[in-house]
Ligand binder design. Sequence first.
Ligand code: DX5
Ligand code: ZN
Length: 216
Amino acid sequence: MNYLAPSILAADFCELGKQIKEVEQAGAQYLHFDIMDGMFVPSISFGMPVLESIKPCTQMFIDAHMMVVQPERYIDDLAKSGADGITIHVEACDCIEETLKKIKSLGLKAGIAINPPTPVSEIIPYIGMADMVLVMTVNPGFGGQKYISECTDKIREIRRVIDEKYPDVLLQIDGGVNLDNLQMNLDAGANVIVAGSAVFKGNIKENTLKFLNILG
Ligand code: DX5
Ligand code: ZN
């Protein structure tokens, strides 16, 4: 099973509720929620108050992507605000094992993310502790960037480890994914597809349906 996770970073915030309903009604299963702190990444996005206000207007799985240093500081608050899953970065946390356990102990799904320059070996010890691995396919911080093609090999490599040892772990990709490179990424082994600009720019319903058609 493959899943689509539209990233609201690319939504029009004057129309946020309406645009969330559009992707949901078209069949998207996850809602990707990018939290940026201006430290781990250069930009600042949004956080708990926005999460709390969108929670009642969707049934989709809310997938919080923490681009934040020491994400362990926010797990309780994110859970209270309505996150269904929380993904932390291997580069941003000194207590990864404890934080993944904490996320799970609250009944949420736990994800571990890796940036393009970070070697796969850094994330291997944590794959078995997570429900999902997120392979960044751009350097995080901004929507609308170009997919970094060197990351495709990383997806393949992590897919091999997952298939061999942890077949239940999902493999998410995030950054620069569009209808032209989607199939290549599915072939490499990704099964949770984040897409911001490629879903929210233009006709949202049509874009979502086109993605879901390829996801099968
Ligand atoms: C980037 C964020 C992404 C972003 C993707 O740092 O983590 O989730 O919204 O946007 P696109 O699909 O436009 O690259
Ligand atoms: Zn993201």
